[in-house]
Design a protein around this ligand. Structure first.
Ligand code: NAD
Length: 546
């Protein structure tokens, strides 16, 4: 049934190796280096300008950056862009567009390959330290995101683009045919979320790699790491105006940019509601555009773990703890609904609750803490609101966690809710925090259980099944074919690696253009077919007319 899949065959040369993941184990050099860098960033909080056409721009509208894990810690300030600066940024992008589009691909690729090399050589320190401080990631989470995934995007995307450009039509002795992979005519608006520094990097960098110019608006809660990315692009030699950096007022920036005829695309990652509003904004302005803007959005998730009665329970428990609670559940791929078979529910849920009870919550600067602060007050209130409503919901029982403490930072305990209603609010809505809701299914009817998993959420981003028997793994894989764009067997549903698990989901989870794959790069090119006939025809009459 998987016509398009050929398992285990590598048809094309292999991709560059992934950036090795450093352990930050006690006594390791990386741990000492990160601590030194964190101290240095704390000691000199920056005042971050916009970067438009390569120039630093200060608006005087200054916003504070505070650490999510310690409200009293001011990490820096940034100048906020509005409609005027958004227009300036789009103008600067358009000024840079021609020269960048005419820059040969190998030259463009060098900028990003160099950026990756700079990360490995030492730039990993400010990227990781800014992500720890500004986004409250522990050292390991910052490493796999800001360091490794970012470097992977910068190395793997050029190799994928080479494969794409190599895809050419047939020519022969009579004619030459080629496909010219042009960048889009106009600028791409990249809008990035707070939760992954690497995603912020890729949203601006993948269109730029393909020859496009970009106006990039990072999330207001991730400006510190975004600033270090912008400095990295400059250090790597990205020409002025190719990526323009405009942190600031989302709505104003968006309405200024969506009204321009030269908007060529939107590269978005964030919530479904915001992506829907961007799509509507484009629809409202459709008659003003020179070309149909490309809309690429990776959005929300309600990601599942499905525990089969024959599975390795210990492995399923460990994967569920990591999948649901790493980075406080603030991953689009985080497990947030859990299906447990009745025949083993007591055993599984008590083991899971016991492990959750061992998780330490606190500052990312203390290494024993597995769960750190959520990103800001708004997130804290939304998540604790869900927990509060679950407490009052007669179908729900809190089996672990449930507490929260905002006195110093935005801390919420990893929380396990058990519900008897598979459609209860915490079972179907994206909470985007350290909250996992479990439902016990009847394992005498697995087909009904799979149908429930498939139909109970509007999203389809990630999902994991834990099972042993091979036919059952195949059956679940088939039954849940459309329930997740990234499907895991006997592994947690988070932690996609560039070049290994292209990432994205369909339904309410986005356009599924698979970040870190050729499919994504394809969206940032507008191919032109060129045919040349070597010996042109000289007589307009056809032989049949004789
Ligand atoms: P968000 O939607 O609040 O913000 C994303 C970006 O949109 C930010 O830059 C924000 O400033 C901007 N924005 C907010 N309101 C806007 C508006 N009205 N107009 C234009 N831009 C606006 O999301 P977030 O809180 O940063 O991230 C969490 C969400 O992102 C979750 O829903 C999560 O599932 C999703 N996410 C998805 C993926 C994926 O690959 N599918 C990856 C990471 C995060």
């Amino acid at each position: 049934m998987y016509d398009s899949l050929v398992f285990g065959m590598e048809a094309v040369p292999s991709l560059p190796a992934n950036e090795p993941v450093k352990s930050y184990a006690p006594g390791s050099p990386e741990r000492a280096a990160l601590e030194t860098e964190i101290a240095a960033l704390r000691a000199s909080p920056p005042e971050i300008p916009l970067v438009i056409g390569g120039r630093r721009v200060e608006t005087g509208r200054i916003r504070e950056i505070r650490a999510p894990f310690d409200h009293s810690l001011v990490l820096g300030h940034y100048h906020e862009a509005g409609a005027r600066e958004a227009a300036m940024a789009a103008d600067a992008a358009m000024e840079a567009a021609r020269a960048w589009a005419e820059t040969p691909f190998p030259v463009r690729a060098e900028v990003f390959r160099k950026a990756a090399a700079l990360i490995s050589a030492g730039y990993w320190k400010p990227l990781a330290a800014a992500t720890v401080l500004g986004q409250s990631k522990n050292a390991y989470q910052a490493e796999i995101d800001a360091v490794c995934e970012t470097a992977d995007f910068f190395r793997v995307n050029p190799a994928l683009a080479e494969r794409l450009y190599a895809e050419q039509p047939r020519s022969d002795s009579e004619e030459r045919n080629l496909v010219d992979y042009r960048p889009l005519e106009g600028f791409v608006y990249a809008v990035s979320p707070f939760n992954f520094t690497a995603i912020a990097a890729n949203l601006a960098a993948s269109p730029a790699l393909m020859g496009n110019v970009v106006v990039w608006k990072p999330a207001s809660t991730a400006v510190l790491s975004a600033w270090h990315l912008m400095r990295l692009y400059e250090e790597a030699g990205l020409p002025a105006g190719v990526i323009n950096f405009v942190p600031g007022a989302s709505r104003e920036i968006t309405s200024a940019l969506l009204a321009r005829p030269d908007l060529a695309g939107i590269h978005f990652t964030g919530s479904t509601a915001v992506f829907n509003s961007l799509w509507k904004g484009v629809a409202e302005n459709l008659s003003t555009y020179r070309a149909y803007p490309r809309l690429v959005g990776e959005t929300g998730g309600k990601d599942f773990v499905f525990v089969h009665p024959d599975c390795d329970l210990e492995a399923a428990v460990a994967a569920t703890v990591r999948g649901a609670f790493e980075y406080q559940g603030q991953k689009c791929s985080a497990a947030s609904r859990l299906y447990v078979p009745r025949s083993r529910s007591e055993e599984f849920l008590s083991a899971l609750a016991a492990e959750i009870g061992k998780v330490k919550v606190g500052s990312p600067l203390e290494y024993g803490n597995f769960v750190n602060a959520v990103i800001d007050r708004a997130a804290f209130e939304t998540i604790t609101g869900y927990i509060g409503r679950a407490r009052k919901n007669p179908s729900c029982t809190i089996l672990a966690g449930g507490g929260a403490d905002a006195s110093k930072g935005w801390f919420i305990e990893p929380t396990l809710i058990l519900t008897t209603d598979p459609h209860a609010e915490p079972m179907v809505e994206e909470i985007f925090g350290p909250v996992l809701t479990a439902y016990v299914y009847d394992d005498s009817d697995l087909d009904a259980a799979y149908a429930l998993v498939d139909s109970s959420s509007p999203y389809a981003l990630t999902g994991a099944i834990f099972a042993r028997e091979r036919h059952e793994i195949e059956r679940a894989t088939r039954a849940l074919r459309n329930a997740a764009g990234n499907f895991y067997v006997n592994d947690k549903p988070t932690g996609a690696v560039v070049g290994r698990q292209p990432f994205g989901g369909a339904r309410g989870s986005g356009t599924n253009d698979k970040a870190g794959s050729m499919l994504n790069l394809l969206r940032w090119t507008s191919p032109r077919a060129v045919k040349e006939r070597y010996a042109p025809v000289r007589d307009w009459r056809y032989p049949f007319m004789g």
